[in-house]
Design a protein around this ligand. Structure first.
Ligand code: FE2
Length: 379
């Protein structure tokens, strides 16, 4: 079974979806923020339930959607232990294994592009040969990742490629994190024989070649690396909250509002507060008295709530607007877009009930309804 390969043209990034044919459990490698809707649609079309969202390293050229995928699908996040992604649920070390259904993805620590970079080896149960290796920016087709920033080291990269990757069977299929020339895949044998950076090159020659590349600084590095070290939740998320009373325009729904505005509108009868979190979250984390419960997805499994459309239509029956509340403001955007498609006026409450994750991966400190001191209760 082959992985599903998806491409982000803006960053030339490949994202991979791997699945177990019988259980339909899946894993995604290097998902891109801007492609979240595409990836969710792909999972839905293929009938997959996402278990893991994993990174090969902390990328400098795009922002991951891992945290948002986790929020929307119930998947868990995993990232290399050496990449300082404090928010990732699993910190991956050499030899670790991630399971999805009966399938296993094995971690190969391959420092060089960055100190923490890893590759992933997949040997599908039903077709063990050829195996598949997801090489991130360690090994590219007829190239390799750069080593001139983010703790890169050309000597280490040479050792990782020649001692770890080139010792895999020659038939192993190479799936890189990027390609800039529309090539899709390669093999270990082909790269070993013809990769111009490595074939016939000594370690010293490789280091000299890498040190002589003089590449431009990645355009998005200052924004992307800090965001990726929080699984894609941006550093400025807290700062982006609209002022009280302000409606910030948005695409696909009526706009973003802060929790205080939503509370004022709810009190004044201007909007119905719709809590789109799961029953379990409201029960365990807390709820807003007077809010309507209309889950977007339900735990366990985060299956879509088939009653959602009917519930929000009923809530807006008297022509009221809707203000959507979720945990941190991700599902609420999806819910507001859906309500808008139904012809309703729907706003997203930025920060949700609990706010964004902070540096220690804890919620409740960065924005959100509870942080704002608005009324809530716990059962
Ligand atoms: Fe990279």
């Amino acid at each position: 079974m082959n992985p599903t390969q998806l491409f982000d043209p803006a960053s030339s990034t490949y994202t991979y979806v791997l699945s177990d044919a019988s259980t339909r459990e899946a894993l995604i490698i290097d998902p891109v923020d801007e492609q979240l809707e595409r990836d969710l649609a792909t999972l839905e079309r293929m009938g997959l339930s996402l278990k893991w969202a994993v990174e090969t390293h902390a990328h400098a050229d795009h922002i991951t959607s891992a945290a948002r995928l986790a929020e929307l699908t119930g998947a868990r996040t995993a990232a290399p232990a050496g990449c300082n992604v404090g928010t990732a649920a699993r910190q991956l070390r050499d030899g670790d294994e991630l399971r999805f259904g009966g399938e296993t993805l094995r971690v190969l620590h391959t420092p060089g592009h960055t100190a923490g970079s890893v590759c992933f080896l997949w040997t599908p149960k039903d077709q063990p040969e050829p195996a598949h290796v997801f090489t991130g920016d360690t090994l590219l087709i007829q190239g390799c990742g750069r080593t001139d920033f983010q703790s890169g080291d050309a000597g280490q990269l040479y050792d990782s490629i020649t001692q770890r990757l080139f010792t895999l069977p020659a038939t192993t299929i190479v799936w890189p994190a990027h390609d800039y020339h529309e090539r899709l895949q390669s093999t270990i044998g082909a790269e070993k024989a013809t990769n111009p950076r490595l074939a016939g090159k000594t370690r010293e020659q490789f280091i000299a070649l890498m040190n002589d590349l003089h590449l431009p600084r990645p355009r998005r590095i200052d924004e992307a690396v800090p965001a990726n070290q929080r699984s894609g939740l941006r550093q400025d998320a807290g700062a982006a909250v609209p002022a009280e009373g302000e409606v910030r325009p948005a695409t696909g729904y009526a706009g973003d509002i802060d929790p205080g505005t939503a509370y004022a509108w709810m009190q004044g009868g201007r909007a119905v507060l719709v809590d789109v979190r799961t029953d379990a979250e409201r029960e365990w984390v807390g709820f807003v008295p007077g809010a309507l419960a209309a889950a977007w997805k339900q735990w366990p499994g985060m299956a879509m709530n088939a009653e959602f459309d009917a519930q929000v239509r009923a809530a807006a029956a008297e022509g009221q607007s809707l203000a959507m509340l979720c945990r941190s403001g991700v599902r609420s955007i999806a819910a507001a877009r859906r309500a808008t498609e139904l012809g309703l006026t729907a706003y997203n409450i930025v920060g949700g009930f609990e706010g964004d994750l902070n540096e220690q991966a804890q919620r409740g400190q960065l924005g959100g309804w509870r942080k704002a001191g608005l009324p809530w209760k716990q059962n």
